[in-house]
Design a protein around this ligand. Structure first.
Ligand code: NAD
Length: 340
């Protein structure tokens, strides 16, 4: 029996992983041990009886943590997500630790959530909900705009961005995009442009880029004011794509009609925790939450039944491939991302 150590093992992770173990007929092969804690240098030792660890977006698999895992025999790190920016691929490769991820699990889940955030912001559905709950049926201040005919700028047209383009095409929007690669599947209705052009021309900017050194703070204090005044900014990708200081500056200048964030640069200390009793020390997130034009959710765009099922099945498939000494299909290779 191979034991998998699962960090940050929330109830929904446990339920869906246990279900996938049953569905794939692996009950005699794999058992999961769930740790409430996130992975970091202090909790790495919890996995000492395991063959592999499974982690999520806000775990810390930096160099020292991987060294600690390696010292207790771990040779496989399974990211239960698409992004892998929390893992030091350099150290993993140096020590011969295999890193795998779930490259796609439901691009629809994330793209649909981005549309939901845009609709909520634009039509102020969250405010209307709160008003009517208090028997306030006034609609003053809740006006939005038609999205039909507006220009939607998409940064990153890979798996998720391309689904989002298709949905917004269905809304009757004009779609312009920035990506290093031009996706032939959507080229009949998407016009590729430079990032400067996309920022300047779009009524809605939506971000679907991964976090790489080349995309870190791709929206920053220099270019945030190049975004068309009155645009909506939607980021469901990775917090590090936008410099939070730049958003605060632009909000102060009343530059946006709305900003929707499912991700935040310093989310690791905040998201996936109930801090309602203690509050949050992070000043920047508290300032963001104070703006009426901002909505924040805690990295949950992926969170659908279908996505969870796919995540768990791919994670287990990688584990089984590893145990059988087969090629781990979903392995992340440092060499593949070096150019990015
Ligand atoms: P993908 O790899 O399919 O697409 C990314 C696109 O970005 C590619 O087309 C690539 O060419 C482009 N790109 C990368 N670096 C670039 C650069 N420097 N300049 C221009 N273009 C560049 O990824 P995906 O599956 O669409 O996911 C996108 C991101 O969404 C993930 O990396 C992850 O960070 C995020 N995500 C968030 C959630 C959530 O729950 N909020 C869930 C899943 C994924």
């Amino acid at each position: 029996m191979s034991r998998l150590g699962v960090y940050g093992g929330k109830q929904y992770v446990q339920e869906n992983l246990n279900l996938a173990i049953q569905d794939l007929g692996l009950a005699e092969v794999v058992s999961a041990r769930y740790f409430k804690a996130n992975l970091n240098i202090e909790t790495a030792f919890l996995a000492r009886d395991c063959v592999a660890v499974a982690i999520f977006v806000n775990d810390d698999a930096s160099g020292d943590v991987i060294r600690a895992l390696h010292s207790i025999g771990i040779r496989l790190i399974l990211c239960m997500c698409a992004g892998f920016n929390m893992v030091s691929l350099e150290v993993a490769e140096e020590l011969g630790v295999v890193v795998a991820r779930v490259p796609t699990y439901s691009p629809h889940a994330v793209a649909e959530f981005a549309v939901g955030m845009l609709m909520t912001l634009n039509r102020k559905i969250h405010k209307a909900f709160n008003r009517t709950r208090e028997c306030n049926f006034e609609i003053e201040g809740l006006m939005g705009i038609d999205l039909y005919g507006k220009t939607v700028g998409v940064l990153g047209t890979g798996n998720i961005g391309s689904v989002y383009c298709k949905i917004m095409n269905g809304f009757g929007c004009k779609i312009i995009a920035f990506d290093a690669y031009h996706n032939s599947e959507i080229m009949s209705f998407v016009e590729y442009k430079t990032i400067e052009e996309v920022l300047a021309e779009s009524d809605v900017i939506s971000m679907f880029l991964p976090l790489y050194p080349s995309t870190y703070h791709i929206i920053n204090e220099e270019n945030i004011f190049k975004i068309k005044k009155g645009a909506f900014l939607i980021n469901v990708s990775r917090g590090g794509l936008i410099d939070t200081k730049a958003i605060l500056k632009a909000l102060k200048a009343d530059h946006f009609s709305g900003v929707a964030l499912d991700v935040y640069e310093q989310e690791g200390d905040i998201f996936y925790q109930d801090l309602s009793a203690t509050g949050v020390e992070d000043d920047a997130v508290m300032r963001l939450l104070g703006w009426p034009k901002v909505i924040i959710s805690s990295h949950m765009a992926f969170f659908t039944r279908e996505a969870l099922r796919n995540i768990m099945q791919t994670t287990l498939t990688s584990l089984v491939q590893f145990i059988k000494n087969e090629k781990v299909e979903a392995e992340v290779k440092k060499i593949e991302i070096q150019a990015k």
